[in-house]
Design a protein around this ligand. Structure first.
Ligand code: ACO
Length: 254
């Protein structure tokens, strides 16, 4: 086992790379894939070391839940053995920035990221699904931004995609009630691109991956970069960005 595999396992993560597709698995099902700082650091390591040929990243969870969020033992006096404490003065903005790095790379234009969500996606787990470009939910999936109910803010890069997807009023309602969204409602709120019967989740993800891989890689990267920046641009700025991207893309053709 390599040192990085050992590092990933310490964070309850597994990584499998098959050509153009990487699968990141949250692999602590006995704790419903609850996350620790080692998990977020492991995710950041994966993002920083992804081979350039990878075009699609699937994020999934083992067992009945996608992810039950932060490991709540971190807030207890005993904490989690071998892990940094989280509560009170032990936390710093610098530490949180390190945890956020585990989520930020999933937006990279070089890849399309897909969250395959079954069962619970709570708190940090919901934010992980939000960090991905696309979400496919099993019909038993539930989403919950639990942080405010625990006296926390969502700080793992989830607030922006949530507002972008559902709009400000609904984001306020979801976060400040910390209520649970079913898969059916998630589809209505555009928090899921697709909802399928739970036994069909893997097949639905495989179909989407196959479809994404049919598109020209350079065009896919340039198009995702354009789409990602569109929300912050005026029409004129975006039209200019489209022109530039097209000229750059075509200039590289033989
Ligand atoms: N942290 C630590 N351990 C957890 C967590 C968690 N977040 N979630 C589940 N576990 C553990 C349970 O303690 C239990 O351990 P045990 O077998 O030693 O008793 C085991 O995982 C299974 O959990 P159950 O509750 O028995 O499983 P069930 O399927 O009935 O419920 C659920 C799953 C709904 C996820 C429930 O465990 C739960 O509510 N967990 C807490 C969720 C939470 O509040 N997360 C924090 C969100 S805020 C944030 O992420 C910043």
């Amino acid at each position: 086992m390599t040192s990085s595999q050992t590092e990933l396992m310490a964070g309850g993560l597994m990584l499998a790379i098959d050509g153009e597709v990487a699968t990141v698995t949250l692999a602590r099902p006995e704790r419903r894939n609850a996350m620790t700082p080692a998990t977020w650091q492991g995710l950041a390591v994966i993002g920083a070391s992804l081979p350039p040929e990878v075009r699609v990243v699937v994020v999934r969870g083992q067992g009945p839940s996608f992810c039950a969020g932060i490991d709540l033992r971190l807030f207890s006096a005993n904490g989690v053995p071998g892990e940094e404490p989280i509560g009170g003065l032990a936390i710093s903005e610098q530490a949180i920035a390190g945890y956020q790095a585990g989520y930020l790379w999933l937006r990279n234009p070089a890849i399309v990221s897909i969250a395959a969500v079954q069962g619970h996606a709570i708190g940090a787990g919901f934010q992980l699904a939000l960090a991905c470009d696309l979400r496919i939910l099993a019909d038993d999936a539930t989403l919950c931004m639990k942080e405010p109910a625990l006296g926390l803010v969502p700080d793992l890069t989830g607030t922006k995609p949530l507002v972008d997807i559902v709009g400000l009023p609904r984001a306020i309602e979801l976060c400040l009630t910390a209520r649970t969204v079913t898969a059916a409602e998630a589809l209505l709120l555009r928090l899921a691109e697709l909802v399928v019967p739970a036994p069909e989740l893997d097949a639905a993800v495989a179909d989407l991956v196959a479809a994404l891989l049919t598109v020209d890689p350079a065009a896919a990267r340039a198009t995702k970069a354009l789409l990602r920046q569109a929300g912050g641009h005026s029409l004129e700025q975006q039209a200019e960005a489209e022109r530039k991207a097209q000229v750059k893309l075509l200039s590289k053709r033989p």
